[in-house]
Design a protein around this ligand. Sequence first.
Ligand code: NOJ
Length: 762
Amino acid sequence: MTSGTSGTTNIVACLALVFTLFMNSSVANPTRAETDVEQRVSDLLAQMTLAEKIGQMAQVNVGDSYIHDYLAEGVRGGRVGSVLNVVDPDIVNELQRIAVEESRLGIPLLVGRDVIHGFKTVMPIPLGQAATWNPDMVREGAHVAAYEAATTGVNWTFAPMIDISRDPRWGRIAESLGEDPHLASVLGAAMVQGYQGDDLAAIGTIAATAKHFAGYGASESGRDYSTTNIPENELRNVYLPPFRAAIEAGVASLMTSFSDLDGVPATANEFLLRQVLRDEWDFDGLVVSDWDSIRQLQIHGLTANDRESAVEAIRAGVDMEMHGDAYLNHLESLIEDGKIDADFVDQAAGNILRVKFRLGLFERPYTDRAILPPIGSEHALATARRAALQSVVMLTNEHHVLPLDAGSLESIALIGPLADAPYEQLGTWIFDGDPSMSVTPRQAIESLVGDDIEVSYVRAMKTSRTRTTDGFAAAVAAAGDADAVVLFLGEESILSGEAHSRADISLPGAQAELVRQIRATGKPVVAVIQAGRPLTLTNIVDNVDAILFAWHPGTMGGPAIADLLFGIASPSGKLPATFPRMVGQVPIYYNQKNTGKPPTPDTIAHIDDIDPHAPQLSLGMTAFHLDAGYTPLFPFGHGLSYASFEYENLRLSTTELNLGESLTVSVELLNTSPIAAHEVVQLYVRDLVGNVTRPVKELKGFRRIYLEPEERVTVEFELHTDDLAFYGRDMRLITEPGEFHVWVGSSSETDLMTGFRIVGPD
Ligand code: NOJ
């Protein structure tokens, strides 16, 4: 910040001091101990009428820039517990004023908003954040999002989305933390901590929501909202662990999924919402439906009308109805008619009030912009830049074409529809993101190289989906005149996210043809790809010298990409989801089961070479595709660096341990290059024999390590036998004695392996 007058300088200094105090402190109210909260919940419930309790269970969409009379009346009359989609602090404060000063019991409102990967300052999409494999980074990104959102009076976000997704066709994979239960658990918990801080009642923290409970990521064929078929054992071992981790991290709320799980939509699923969530996990926060998902129970075909939908949802354990009036219209008469027990309403209202007390809303219902850091602060932008930098995954780098050598380049051509697209780089679900704050790759490269390198820019395609090649001649000419070409390819933000699934996940439009024509110039070609999902890149991978996969990198994506292209920093992102060769391989994920006929490299046929009269059994009777083989194009955990690393001396503190004990896995990691860089060290385990079949590899630990040139470090992981637990045939969590393999390395395809045995009672 610069300022011309001393008065302004003082104000800036003052704000900076307030900001620093804010960043370093947690403003808690000591009177709000947990026991106190329980007492306050029951005292308040005792004063409430049935209608007021049901009122707390209603969440109303505001959406407009003024307060409708019906809304003001509803809040005044105690018929609204929460509002969503209002980010004007004056409106929020006025709504809170009506709630606190004019409703009978003065209960403040929960103010909800989708603050998914940033508020005004936008971090990389969650899938990109997952590629950082850096919980501290993810925590900080959510913290920034929280304090920016809190300036408007928003006190509740619907994030993190921790649905495991093994299907890149599904548009919402962009909002997820990828395919792996362990990675999503660790990063999801970090996100919760980032939004909520140490104290939900502190200024600048907001309540988080773990969503969507549960199984949404398994929508059939990646079609959003579609049916999911997940056997209970897989549900418990794969889809539920991130929710458990979020609850252990103190998440305030959960949102139900739109999807149908084994014939019972999640919003009516008593097994999920009562048995697992409340009885097994002791969750005492609030469960909100997804948008109108109570009324949608009828559309699913589970109920005949809204009244029956209300019965199903309340019995299952949905506390609050997001945008719908099934509860408001029917719960009271359902109780009067003896169709449902009034206790359900007490529990639901209690869960909602508990979150309101924990948020400190009764003491501090209003937002005060003056004590919050400004939007787009230096800290926010620096966080967004660091997150983008760590999220970019270098997929290939033939002949070390990257980093570009600024000293030897005289000119560079930037080509493609996403080189200078401030809105697109923000990605999906950015209701409040401000594209005017974006720094695009083109802007950042131009400012980085200044007058030293001549930069030309040709968009070549109107959008990523343009099918004509009309703009290609200018692009080819620019490439021909330049010493190197950077192609900015991918898909716009609208092509991923909710209800934005794709059946073909290759680069859309004529992009592959653009790559071919640029390749023909003979110039070094680097592709920077921005996208909301893993793409199939088989048709371009051999036509470019290097690929930086940047996801949708957010506000500061441009400077991050520029720094990586020119070697100011080394790429360090690792894939949080497998990249298939062909869409027909989906679902393809690293932690698959072995099957009874696992493929081996020597049994793989190449479809073009198959003799039409080849004997039926001659092609290798194993689990592979004739045309795609069995390996992905890029495996989970993959990501190259400008540095080179060697892993040596993988050791275990013991090769035999008892149940309940730990061992230490250690490995020496050596940076054999003159380049300082981060490496993400990954630990995988295989349980060789199980009561139910176990995955061929499972991530059990990871660490992002910074190494100076030629530095050698020893990296250690503590592995407890509880870390090896899984749900067996009887759906109980068990660790079984037996043999285990352990791998450590830089991706899920590492082959640096050793083993140990757990001994225990037979
Ligand atoms: C529907 C989405 O599924 C959910 O994730 C989101 O939080 C709500 N709409 C509110 O916008």
